[in-house]
Design a protein around this ligand. Structure first.
Ligand code: PGA
Length: 252
């Protein structure tokens, strides 16, 4: 069985001044050593990526974007492309976050295209999937996650998951303080991995599946102890260095 290296990625969303972000980056850098078992990454807003690149260069902390255009360049006012993120040293880019899906109308086809655009320039997409509360209550969790996953699988194939990370983020747990129980999360993670395994067992075993949704220092340990949870995608708790580091260390 392939050993999966845990990944803890901070999704800063639309937060942080230059000054606050500089302090946050310094704090995170100080707490992560190159010998840490878990990998740490931050995804700041676009305008703070140059600052992250400057602060984190040569450190063990990676950085990435929160979104990208499907186009490489051109007349697309307000957009940022994969090559631009790459140019600033990004390793990762989040695609299909539920806020992009619900607030900005990104559907499975668009998310699939963004996933491909990321990989085309050597960025590792962090593909977000997850159900709403209504879908969970209607017993649709697996169907929704399968649909979101299958859109990418059918277009880009199982081999593309060698260079991708999945984040299971139940929409009802994002920013609500309501975390999925370790068992609820594990059940969906197991489901995602078994779905990948129907195409390729080895790739399924080596794909990192992160949990996201109100993960914080105090609940990280029991979530990360689950067999199929390989790290976290952290929103609110990634904005404080000590809180974020507690999660990183729990993943070690
Ligand atoms: P949260 O956000 O940790 O604040 O719930 C997670 C996410 O949206 O990625």
């Amino acid at each position: 069985m392939t050993k999966r290296r845990p990944l803890v990625a901070g999704n800063w969303k639309m937060n942080g001044s230059r000054t606050e972000s500089a302090a946050l980056l310094d704090g995170i850098k100080k707490g992560i050593s190159s010998t840490s078992k878990a990998e740490a990454a931050v995804c700041p807003p676009y305008v703070l990526i140059p600052l992250a690149a400057e602060k984190l260069a040569g450190s063990a902390v990676a950085w990435g974007g929160q979104n990208l255009s499907v186009h490489k360049s051109g007349a697309f006012t307000g957009e940022i492309s994969g090559p631009m993120l790459k140019d600033y040293g990004c390793t990762y880019v989040i695609v299909g976050h539920s806020e992009r899906r619900t607030l900005y109308g990104e559907n499975d086809a668009m998310v699939t295209e963004k996933y491909g655009a990321a990989q085309a320039v050597g960025l590792i997409p962090i593909l977000c999937v997850g159900e709403t509360l209504q879908e969970r209550e209607a017993n649709q969790t697996e169907a929704v996650v399968a649909r979101q996953l299958d859109a990418v699988l059918s277009k880009h194939g199982i081999a593309s998951f060698k260079n991708a990370v999945i984040a299971y983020e139940p929409v009802w747990a994002i920013g609500t303080g309501k975390t999925a129980t370790p068992q609820q999360a594990q059940d969906v993670h197991r489901f995602i991995r078994s779905r990948l395994a129907t195409k390729d067992k080895t790739i399924a075993e080596s794909t990192r599946i992160l949990y996201g949704g109100s993960m914080k220092g105090s609940n990280a340990k029991e979530l990360l102890a689950q067999a199929d949870i390989d790290g976290g995608l952290i929103g609110g708790a990634s904005l404080q260095a000590d809180e974020f580091l507690t999660i990183c260390h729990a993943a070690d």
